[in-house]
Ligand binder design. Sequence first.
Ligand SMILES: [Zn+2]
Length: 313
Amino acid sequence: MNIHKIVLPTPYAIGDVNVFLVKGDALTLFDAGPKTEEAYVALQRGIREAGYDMQDIEQVVLTHHHPDHAGWVDAFPKADVLGHRYVDYWMRQTADFLQYRESFYRRELEQENVPQGDIARILDARGELELFGTRPLTQFINDGDEVPGHPGLIAHETLGHAQSHFMFVEEHTGQAIGGDLLLEKVASNPLVEPPVDLQGDRPKSLLQYNASLKKLQQMNIATLYTGHGEAVTEINSLVTARLARQHERAMYVLQLMAEHHNVYDLTKALFGKTYAKQPGLTLSETLGQLDYLVEEGYARSEMQNGVQIYMQA
Ligand SMILES: [Zn+2]
């Protein structure tokens, strides 16, 4: 794979994001950075340094819909835009979708016993939607598809961090573009997101994420180009370490369950002051550990007066 990495600034705590220019039969940009002025300038410079112009980009392929990855599809009005069909909701942002999203989060947060004031604050974090691109996808990608213009580069659905997440693997070279599936320095958050069919139950993001990591571990990948930080080459050992760390963290949540029994209380016990700074992220993390504890038989859960209660099994 003839791959050129471009590093773009983001306004998020994660720091810079990587996008990748890949020259095959087509010239493709994998991910497009957040829709900020600074990222646009860096993107334009990076494409020029690789010997191309913005207009030369024939298609943009998205690893997932998060705004640090999917913003500047708007900079390529003539290019095709490819991604998981779930990405399309976030690009179009129809009134129906925004309403569904709001009612989904309100219901979930109430079941987590989050106070009404905090729910309003979390739902008001509208700024995030402004950094998304607004171009609908021109083509949906499905699990197992080959990326057009790149023979042998296969999309693998790897949900968990996002409900739209793909990695792209070139088997004969062992190179892969991994999005945020596995990062060099930090664990990816199993964010709570509305389900892909916009109905039914909340996806259990951490369980999906662990399954995706195991899928990654079984592939023969030599170099994983990541969405943030340096490429990862020791994939097996890093996945093993991440899974072990997650299990340890879950065992700590299980101890906290002696005194705390809903997601809100457990999150405050687990994160302290960080909860107030990043309520969405910290609640997602706790809920993920609880799903894991229930799935593995360490804990049980039931609904009491509209709140999900957790107990040691
Ligand atoms: Zn990211």
